[in-house]
Design a protein around this ligand. Sequence first.
Ligand code: ATR
Length: 276
Amino acid sequence: TKHYQVVGNPIAQSKSPFIHMAFAQQTQQHISYQRACPEVDGFLVEAQRFFASGGLGMNVTAPFKLDAYNFASQLTPRATLAGAVNTLAVQEEGSILGDNTDGYGLVTDITQQLGWPLRDKKLLVLGAGGAVRGVLQMLLEQRPAQLVLANRTLVKAEALASVFAPIGPVETVEFDALSGFAHGHFDLIINATSASLAGDLPPVPETLIAPATYCYDMTYGAQPTVFLRWVASLGVRVSADGLGMLVGQAAESFRLWHGVMPEVKPVMAALRQHLK
Ligand code: ATR
């Protein structure tokens, strides 16, 4: 049996054990996958303990993605750009690789599972925190016609725009300035603020939302998120929550560890059922 775990604080809510055990069953890997919840300053000690005891891979969630970034002995290019690590993997020679599979999870969910095109589309991303930093590279690599980043704190959006400038152009605005865009201007709006978690809406002017606007919320729950309920009330016909992103990032971690890409669809369906 090969040992894996997910580390976060809190961690009880994590669906990663469910997802990875389902992938393992599907691909006939013999694994254990535990949860660990160190104190907020306890990541390093936990990571050292886990890998010293023979652990082969770790998923990392809030608030430890930066600790994991610092812990890794090497980083993939996408983890370096994301400035955060959600996957640690023991390499053959014993060193520990840090990767970030969040952008892969989001973009494959949008383009492959949902089948929404990104190329030449106008995208609006709400938020400029760690969640956005983790996905901007993959979004820009799809070559959208425009990517606008709206954030409450403009300087944080501007900082991200300069980090990702070599990959593609990012326009930055405050929420107020969004009223300058025409009704239906954006093909896709992605909510990546943590507002949903608190049951709040990001202050997007409702004039922006047209029935043909695609909407994605990076959070998820048993019920539609406040953002998805709000856009539905404005007539939006096509929307999705972040459950597919969650399963997609897990699939890419699984591939990194086991060398085989599991099937996302059946696990998505099982997880949706499990959430109820
Ligand atoms: P995460 O890892 O989820 O991205 P984060 O790095 O703390 O967490 O970032 C949270 C994001 O949600 C930020 O963009 C934050 O805006 P600020 O940069 O201005 O703080 C945004 N956010 C949180 N609550 C919000 C709210 N009620 N309305 C609008 N934006 C909100």
